[in-house]
Design a protein around this ligand. Structure first.
Ligand code: X2X
Length: 334
């Protein structure tokens, strides 16, 4: 908690654009937006990253951070980074799939058995394939090292979820992405797509009863204030691509592009360690906040997805080439 509290102050200072020591206007200013709380490791490491880039470029480059949906929801920020209104944006690979469909492939249910497998895939040819598609089919590029979100768990206000049958009739929210909707339809519910910016209020007002996210987000976005149960389904891993607007970066001198790339990727790797540690340590904190945690039957969820034809549906959508790369890491899914 001290780790979060102290670093939160650092990112607050930076978010206000008032980092001490910057004496003059920068030659190049890049706007970076995200959808997470200031205390989430994403913003803690982003604040450090921005400071390092400013110092190493001797003040020539300033990264202005707009955290916590300050510039709108994910759908708005995606439109802004595509147009160049903002220059950088960390977006879930699945929500990016509304623009470049194949980037949803990293969110396949139960695809990665552990973090070694996640990074082997995402830092390997699966991530490379996704980045090539982003580069080829949009005005964006994705930095090499994807940032971590974590394994996702289901929270709700009604009851513990042990198996898919417990989801019956439940009003669940998912982020905007065809794969997320398809996954929960396969599990037997009709999920509602809502940008993260509106999730807390949607839970508070009962528009939806539940949602799914890693523990680090449930904690840092205080969803424990509007949820009673958290069921450890680990139904998928999720990550955030640090996206850049191609034109914004082409304007920069090559040496500054390289300096930014090195620092962005270094911050992403540090953030992964923070998120893994946080996700592994928060069960006690969440219990203390009044959340009732329970283990869920992963086999039952995995079997339900298979029986519903979820894997077969997405193998056809992603195509054999991408699917073969995925199964190198996941093993046979469909
Ligand atoms: O929207 C969500 O649930 C979040 C914060 O995890 C993502 O950005 C995918």
């Amino acid at each position: 908690r001290d780790f979060i509290r102290s670093a939160g102050a650092a990112s607050l200072a930076l978010a206000a654009g008032s980092w001490p020591g910057r004496a003059h206007a920068a030659e190049f200013t890049l706007k970076y937006a995200n959808n997470l709380a200031l205390t989430h490791p994403m913003n803690i490491r982003a604040a450090e990253m921005a400071k390092a880039i400013s110092e190493q470029s001797r003040g020539r480059v300033e990264i202005q951070i707009y955290p916590n949906n300050q510039l709108g929801g994910d759908t708005d920020m995606l439109a802004q980074v595509r147009s160049g209104a903002i220059d950088m944006f960390t977006l879930s690979s699945l929500t990016l799939g509304t623009l470049v469909p194949v980037t949803q492939i990293s969110g396949m249910g139960f695809a990665f058995k552990d973090y070694d497998t996640v990074w082997a895939a995402l830092d390997g040819d699966l991530g490379a394939h996704m980045r090539q598609e982003v580069q080829a089919k949009s005005t964006l590029f994705a930095f090499e090292k994807i940032w971590d979100n974590g394994y996702r768990q289901i929270t709700n206000s009604a009851k513990p979820i042990a198996s898919p049958d417990d989801l019956k009739g439940m009003k669940l929210r998912v982020p905007p992405s065809p794969l997320w909707t398809s996954m929960f339809k396969a599990l037997g519910v009709s999920p509602t797509s809502i940008n993260f910016a509106e999730v807390y209020s949607a839970l508070q007002t009962g528009i939806v009863q539940g949602q799914e996210n890693p523990l680090a987000i449930i904690y840092t976005s205080k969803l424990y204030e509007v949820q009673k149960y958290c069921s450890m389904t680990n139904h998928m891993w999720d990550g955030f691509w640090m996206l850049g607007n191609k034109k914004s970066f082409e304007k920069l001198p090559k040496d500054l592009q390289e300096l930014i790339r090195t620092n962005v990727n270094a911050a992403g790797v540090k953030q992964r360690e923070d998120v893994r540690k946080l996700n592994e340590s928060l069960a006690g904190e969440l219990k203390a906040k009044g959340i009732q945690l329970n283990e869920a039957d992963h086999q039952a969820f995995h079997a339900k997805l298979k029986q519903a034809g979820f894997y077969e549906e997405w193998r056809k959508k992603f195509g054999d080439q991408a699917w073969a790369i995925l199964e190198k890491y996941s093993g046979k899914l469909a």
